[in-house]
Design a protein around this ligand. Structure first.
Ligand code: ADP
Length: 635
C-alpha cells in the first residue's frame, strides 16, 4: 500500500486549529486524555476476549508505557489495547463522530473571546488535545484480528497520511513530536520523569492498568567502605509503575479524600468543575456492589440529552459499559457515577440488561440510597441542598409527576419551595405544614413564570395581610407534580387563584351577599361587557390594593392553561374557566357606578387587561387595549 493522503473532516479541522493555537493554560491534560484512551482500548480488548467464548485469549499483561526520547524531543504513549484497523483510524481520528463536539467548538471560541478557561476537559476532546503540545503526531496501531498495522501521521494541517506498516503486537502507540520550548511554555518538561510521575498521580492514579515509565537513576558510586567516590556514578534505568491502580470505589470510605473523589469525577466524566456532591455506596449482602455517585455542580450539555444518561458499569472490577441507563430511574438522569458488582456476569450485554434482576435490584437500591442521602443533605447543609435543588429540583418533581404518584412517599420530602413568608430561602412541605394557621386546612400555592411575577398577583394581598404562607410555583412542572402528589400530611394543595367561597368567614359571606344585591346592575353590565372573555364576574374579599384580579374555577388553573398551550401551540385548546374578581372597596369600582353604559364597557375591558397582566397572562387584544387606554388618557 502506498502512502495515502486524506483530508480531515471540516469539524475536525476546526477543532485541530483551536488546539494548535490554544492558549489554554492547562495543556498538561493531554496526557490524561491519551492515557484514558489507552485504558479504554485495553478495556475493549479484554471485553472482546471475555465475550469470545475462549476464542480470543485474555490479555495477560495489560499495560500502558510512557517513553520519552530526549534526542528526538518526542514522547510516546503505548498500549496493548484493542488497536485500530485502517478504516477505524479514518473514522475515529480523521472525523469527529460525537454530536457534542460541534457545540464544543463554538463554546471554545466563546471562551477564548471571554478569556474563560477550562471547558476543554468538560467535553473530553481526547486525542486532539495532543496538538496543544505537539507539532506532529504519529500513531502506529494494529487492530485485534488484523493482519497488518498502520501508521497515521499528521502535523495538524488540512491532511493526514496513512500507510501500512509491519507491526507485531496488537495495540497502539502515539508519538508526540513536542513543540519547541518558548519562554513561558516548556514543552520539554514532558520528557522528564518527575513531571510525568506528578501528572499521572494527579490525573490518572486510578487507571486500572499499570502505567509504566523507566526512570534513569544516577547515584554517586561508593567504595567498598561505603564512602562516596568523587565524580563517579552508578547509572541504571529502572521501570516503575506510576499509578496506584486500586479503584477508588474499592477503598474504605474513611480512606477516600474529597480531593480524590473530585479528581476521579473530573477524569472519568469529563467535567472541568468539581462535583457538587458525591455519594459512596458499599452494599454487602445477597447482592453486593459498590458505587460512586456524583451530582454535577452545573448543568452539563449531556444532561440535556437523556439518552446519554447512565452510570458506568463494572463487573468484578472489569469495565463492562458506560452510560448504562438501566442503573438509574429516569428522573435521576443527571447523576454520574460508576457501579461495580461481583454478582454480575462479565458477559452481560446491553440487550440483556433490562431483564437482569440483579441490575434492577441495584437500580432500586441506588435510587433509595441517593434519595436518603439527599434528605440528609437537606437537613445538614441547606446551602448545598439549595444549589442542588436550583439545578435539579425540577427533575425530582418530574419523578413525582411521571410515576403517577407511585414515588410520592419516596420523594415528597425532597421538595422545597420559596414562599410568601420565606422568599430568600427554601422551605420544605413539613416546615410549611408546621407553620400553618390554626384553622388553615389546605396548602396554598401561587404559580407563575417567575417569583417576581408571582409576587405581583393581587390574590397574595389578603394572605399577606393574614400572615398565611403561600408556596411559590415558578416551574412549569410544579402544578403537575402537585396534582400527582395530591396531598401532604392529609393537607390538600390549593391554588390561590382558584375561585372559591370555602375560605370565607360569616362576615365576609354576608358582605358579599349584600354587594350582590346592591350592585347587581353594575355587576351585570361588567358581565355583559366581558361575556366573551370570562365565565363569571364576582365580588371578592381577597383583594386589598388591586381593583381586580383573575381566578379560575376548579380544574385547569390559569398557569396550567399557559403551560399546556405553550407545549401544544397548534391547537391552543386548553382553556381555564376564568373569573374576574372585583374589589368592591376600591375607588375604581366606586367610580364605575357613576359611568354611562358605554363607559362601563370600556372600563371593564381595560380592567380585564390589567388583571391579565397581573396574573402573568398576555393581553389578548393589544390594539383595543392601547386605543382604550389612549382614549382614557385624553379625558
Ligand atoms: P473519545 O476517546 O472521547 O471517544 P478521542 O478523540 O480521544 O475521543 O478518540 C476517538 C476515538 O479514537 C476513540 O473513541 C477510539 O475509538 C479511538 N482511539 C483513540 N485512542 C485509541 C487507542 N489508544 N487505542 C485504540 N483506539 C483509540
Amino acid at each position: 500500500m502506498a502512502i495515502e493522503t486524506n483530508k480531515f473532516q471540516a469539524e475536525s479541522k476546526e477543532l485541530l486549529n483551536l488546539m494548535i493555537n490554544s492558549i489554554y493554560s492547562n495543556k498538561e491534560i493531554f496526557l490524561r486524555e491519551l492515557i484514558s484512551n489507552a485504558s479504554d482500548a485495553i478495556d475493549k480488548r479484554r471485553f472482546e476476549s471475555l465475550n469470545s467464548n475462549g476464542k480470543i485469549p485474555l490479555l495477560e499483561n495489560p499495560e500502558i508505557d510512557i517513553i520519552p526520547n530526549k534526542n528526538e524531543h518526542t514522547l510516546t504513549i503505548k498500549d496493548n489495547g484493542i488497536g485500530m484497523s485502517h478504516d477505524e483510524l479514518i473514522k475515529n481520528i480523521g472525523t469527529i463522530a460525537k454530536s457534542g463536539s460541534k457545540e464544543f467548538i463554538s463554546k471554545l471560541k466563546e471562551a477564548k473571546e471571554n478569556n474563560e478557561l477550562d471547558i476543554i476537559g468538560q467535553f473530553g476532546v481526547g486525542f486532539y488535545s495532543a496538538f496543544m503540545v505537539a507539532k506532529k503526531v504519529v500513531i502506529e496501531t494494529k487492530g485485534l484480528n488484523e493482519t497488518s498495522g498502520y501508521r497515521f501521521e499528521s502535523d495538524g494541517s488540512d491532511t493526514y497520511t496513512i500507510e501500512e506498516i509491519s507491526k507485531a503486537e496488537v495495540g497502539t502507540s502515539i508519538t508526540l513530536y513536542l513543540k519547541d520550548d518558548k519562554d513561558e511554555e516548556k514543552y520539554s518538561t514532558y520528557l522528564d520523569y518527575p513531571t510525568i510521575e506528578y501528572l499521572v498521580e494527579k490525573y490518572s492514579n486510578y487507571i486500572k492498568y499499570p502505567i509504566k515509565m523507566s526512570e534513569h537513576i544516577k547515584e554517586p558510586k561508593k567504595d567498598k567502605d561505603g564512602k562516596y567516590i568523587d565524580n563517579e556514578y552508578d547509572e541504571r534505568d529502572e521501570v516503575k509503575t506510576l499509578n496506584s491502580m486500586v479503584p477508588l470505589w474499592k477503598k474504605p470510605k474513611k480512606d477516600i479524600k474529597d480531593e480524590d473523589l473530585n479528581n476521579f469525577y473530573k477524569n472519568n466524566f469529563h467535567d472541568y468543575l468539581d462535583p457538587l456532591h458525591s455519594i459512596q455506596i458499599n452494599v454487602e449482602g445477597l447482592l453486593s456492589y459498590q458505587a460512586l455517585i456524583f451530582i454535577p455542580s452545573h448543568l452539563r450539555n449531556e444532561v440535556y440529552n437523556r439518552d446519554e444518561a447512565g452510570l458506568s458499569l463494572y463487573a468484578k472490577n472489569v469495565f463492562i459499559m458506560d452510560k448504562c441507563k438501566e442503573l438509574l430511574p429516569h428522573y435521576l438522569f443527571f447523576l454520574e457515577g460508576i457501579v461495580d458488582s461481583n454478582d454480575l456476569s462479565l458477559n452481560i450485554s446491553r440487550e440483556m440488561l433490562q431483564q437482569d434482576r440483579n441490575i434492577t435490584r441495584i437500580r432500586d437500591n441506588i435510587e433509595n440510597k441517593v434519595v436518603a442521602n439527599l434528605k440528609e443533605l437537606k437537613e445538614k447543609d441547606k446551602e448545598k441542598y439549595a444549589k442542588f435543588f436550583d439545578l435539579f429540583g425540577s427533575s425530582i418533581k418530574y419523578g413525582i409527576y411521571e410515576n403517577y404518584g407511585m414515588k410520592n412517599d419516596l420523594l415528597k420530602d425532597l421538595l422545597v419551595y420559596k414562599s410568601l413568608n420565606h422568599d430568600s430561602e427554601y422551605i420544605d412541605l413539613k416546615t410549611y405544614v408546621s407553620e400553618m394557621k390554626e384553622n388553615q386546612k389546605v396548602i396554598y400555592f401561587a404559580s407563575g413564570s417567575s417569583i417576581e411575577e408571582i409576587k405581583l398577583s393581587p390574590e397574595l394581598e389578603r394572605f399577606k395581610k393574614d400572615g398565611i404562607d403561600v408556596l411559590f410555583f415558578d416551574k412549569d412542572v410544579d402544578e403537575f407534580a402537585i396534582n400527582a402528589l395530591r396531598e401532604y400530611d392529609t393537607h390538600m394543595f390549593k391554588s390561590i387563584s382558584t375561585s372559591s367561597e370555602e375560605d370565607l368567614n360569616e362576615d365576609e359571606k354576608k358582605k358579599l351577599e349584600d354587594l350582590n344585591i346592591n350592585y347587581k346592575r353594575q355587576l351585570d353590565d361588567i358581565k355583559e361587557a366581558l361575556k366573551d372573555k370570562v365565565s363569571d364576574v364576582k365580588f371578592s374579599t381577597k383583594l386589598v390594593n388591586s381593583p381586580v384580579s383573575l381566578s379560575s374555577k376548579d380544574g385547569i388553573t390559569l398557569n396550567m392553561e399557559k403551560i399546556l398551550n405553550n407545549l401544544n401551540r397548534e391547537n391552543n385548546g386548553f382553556k381555564s374557566e376564568k373569573v374576574l374578581e372585583i374589589n368592591p372597596d376600591h375607588e375604581i369600582f366606586k367610580k364605575l357606578s357613576t359611568l354611562s353604559d358605554d363607559e362601563v364597557k370600556e372600563y371593564s375591558k381595560l380592567l380585564y387587561s390589567e388583571a391579565c397582566l397581573l396574573n402573568g397572562l398576555d393581553i389578548e387584544n393589544k390594539e383595543e387595549f392601547a386605543s382604550l387606554l389612549n382614549k382614557l388618557l385624553l379625558k
